[in-house]
Write a protein that binds this ligand. Structure first.
Ligand code: ATP
Ligand code: MG
Length: 295
């Protein structure tokens, strides 16, 4: 029997190049290998947990995310694309799983902890949001997934799903497999920082380059990217570390030799931000152009 892949995205906005490098690219490769049964879920119910006041936003984004999938090469002939809320058994499974997880365990989830801070939920965390790792475990185990291609922020969710599977199996009898994450090896591909230098490009923050951005928008975003604030004149010595332009070139650029040369030149002085940004624009546009055309 083929191994099962499950991945998903919350329909909270358009997908961006962080999704592409962290998860979508791997999904397309795994799909095309023909070695897996692929399930790709649009997590609308999960998205409602922190967007329950704006259901129209979620509804609209279901279509946008589906369109993003098709544009990067997810092929509905090869992958099963589905909408979370349409499979009511996943909600049912969540109900039973809730007995297997303590409040203290949920409080320790570092991704959720971080998101609670980010969303200023400290004093009024919606219960549904707090418990979404359990619901996500129901999605993963309900589909019987072996492998989850995702970014590094999802590792605590997969760990939680494994614990639930283990506990369920030992109480009620062997039923669930223990799923494995499939995360890009490179640190910044597994969690691409935002164009503002924020540690994660995220559609809820808005520091994103979207897959659907047109050429002009991409150009404007690249040219307003965070570089080295002390690199004022071209002759100045520049800092490559923490400079988003070079970080993105490392993640997305193919010509490693040219990038190494540019870094060296920038560090010693004499290479301007404009030239670096121009090259980054070319690199990103090379990736996004075919995606735009397919869309
Ligand atoms: P939200 O802010 O609504 O949570 P998001 O941008 O975090 O949106 P998700 O839908 O939560 O996106 O995540 C979908 C998938 O994309 C997950 O596998 C996640 O790990 C991955 N992902 C999200 N952001 C990044 C990023 N910046 N770098 C790499 N992978 C990412
Ligand atoms: Mg997220």
């Amino acid at each position: 029997m083929k191994k099962i892949i499950l991945t998903g995205d919350r329909p909270t906005g358009n997908l961006h190049i962080g999704h592409y490098i962290g998860s979508l690219k791997n999904r397309v490769e795994l799909q095309n290998s023909g070695e897996y049964d692929s399930y790709i879920m649009i997590a609308d119910a999960q998205a409602l947990t922190d967007n329950f006041k704006t259901p129209d936003k979620i509804r609209e984004n279901i279509f946008k995310v589906a369109c993003d999938y098709l544009s990067v090469g997810i092929d509905p002939e090869k992958s099963n694309i589905f909408i979370q809320s349409q499979i009511s058994e996943l909600t049912e499974l969540n109900f039973y799983f809730e007995n297997l997880v303590t409040v203290a365990r949920l409080q320790r989830n570092p991704t959720v902890k971080h998101e609670i801070q980010q969303k200023n939920f400290e004093k009024s965390i919606p219960v549904g949001f707090f418990c979404y790792p359990i619901s996500q475990a129901a999605d993963i185990l309900g589909i019987n997934a072996d492998l989850i291609p995702c970014g590094v922020d999802q590792l605590p969710m997969i760990e939680q799903a494994r614990e639930i599977a283990h506990d369920f199996n030992s109480i009620y009898g062997e039923l669930f497999k223990l799923p494995e994450p499939f995360v890009p090896k490179d640190k910044y591909s597994a969690r691409l920082p935002g164009t503002d230098g924020n540690e994660k490009m995220s559609k809820s923050i808005g520091n994103c380059i979207y897959l659907c951005d047109d050429e002009k928008t991409l150009h404007d975003k690249v040219f307003s990217m965070y570089t080295d604030p002390n690199h004022i004149r071209m002759e100045d010595k520049g800092q490559v570390e923490g400079n988003m332009v070079f970080l993105y070139l490392d993640v997305f650029g193919q010509d490693k030799e040219k990038i190494a040369e540019m870094k060296e030149h920038y560090t010693r002085g004499g290479l301007g931000d404009v030239a670096c940004k121009k090259y980054l624009f070319e690199v990103l546009n090379g990736i996004l152009k075919p995606i735009r055309e397919k869309r």
